[in-house]
Design a protein. Structure first.
Length: 233
C-alpha cells in the first residue's frame, strides 16, 4: 500500500483530520490542505506533506496537487471536507450568504475534482469521497445553506459517476449526523436512535472503506453515518 497516495482537502481538524490519520494508518501517503495551518502540521506529522490554503482557492488546490504529484507521482484518493457555512432563517439569508454556502459546500468539491479527476482517469483508478451531511436527505432549518448546496453535490456526484465509472474512478458522499466535532447537546443526543453522538473516527472508517478496493463496486452513492437519525427510506 505504500505507493498509494491520498489527498485530504480540509483536513486540519474534525472529520477531515481523522480521515487523514486513518488513511495514513491504512498505509497511504497523505497530503493535507487546511486554512488554519493545522493541516500543514498534520501532513508532516503523518510523514507526508501539508499545505496551508483554502478549498475556495483554485490556486491553493493546484499547488497541493502539484506538490503531491511532484513527490509521489500519483493521487489515488481525494477526500473533500468543509467548514461551517452561513445559517439563519431561509428568507433572511442574503445573496452573499447563499453564494458563500455554495462556495463552501459544493464548489469546494468541483474545484478539487477538476484538478484530480484527469489524473485518476489517466491512472485508470481513483476514489473520491466527499464529507457531506445527513441533512441532505431531510433538510433542516438549522443548516439551510448546507442542505441546499449539498443536495446539489448529491446530484453532481451522480453525474460524475455516470461519466467516470467506466474509467474506474469513483465518487461517493458520506452523510454524518451528530458527530463529536460539534458541540454536545442533550436534546440532539436523545434524537439519535443510538442515543449518542458519532465519532470523527467512525466517519473516517467509512471514508477509508469507500477509498478501499473493498468498495470497488460502489459509486454515486450517499452513505449515512448518523446512528439511525434520519427516518426517510
Amino acid at each position: 500500500m505504500s505507493n498509494k497516495v491520498a489527498m485530504v482537502v480540509g483536513g486540519g481538524s474534525g472529520m477531515g483530520a481523522a480521515a487523514a490519520r486513518k488513511l495514513a494508518q491504512d498505509g497511504f501517503q497523505v497530503a493535507v490542505l487546511s486554512s488554519s495551518g493545522k493541516g500543514e502540521a498534520l501532513g508532516r506529522e503523518l510523514g507526508g506533506l501539508g499545505l496551508t490554503g483554502s478549498n475556495q482557492s483554485s490556486e491553493d488546490l493546484q499547488k497541493l496537487v502539484d506538490q503531491t504529484m511532484a513527490r509521489w507521482g500519483r493521487i489515488d484518493v481525494l477526500v473533500n471536507s468543509a467548514g461551517h457555512g452561513p445559517k439563519g432563517p431561509v428568507l433572511e439569508l442574503t445573496d452573499a450568504q447563499w453564494h458563500l454556502g455554495l462556495d463552501m459546500y459544493f464548489l469546494n468539491v468541483v474545484r478539487s475534482v477538476r484538478l484530480v479527476a484527469p489524473i485518476m482517469v489517466q491512472q485508470k483508478a481513483g476514489a473520491i469521497v466527499n464529507i457531506s451531511s445527513a441533512w441532505v436527505v431531510e433538510p433542516s432549518a438549522m443548516f439551510p445553506t448546507s442542505a441546499v448546496a449539498r443536495a446539489g453535490l448529491a446530484a453532481f456526484t451522480k453525474l460524475f459517476a455516470d461519466e467516470h465509472a467506466a474509467h474506474n474512478v469513483r465518487m461517493n458522499n458520506v452523510l454524518p449526523g451528530w458527530i463529536d466535532s460539534l458541540p454536545a447537546k442533550e436534546e440532539r443526543r436523545e434524537s439519535v436512535p443510538m442515543q449518542r453522538y458519532g465519532t470523527s473516527e467512525e466517519v473516517a472508517a467509512t471514508i477509508a472503506f469507500l477509498a478501499s478496493e473493498g468498495a470497488a463496486y460502489i459509486t454515486g452513492q450517499n452513505i449515512r453515518v448518523d446512528g439511525g437519525l434520519m427516518r426517510s427510506v
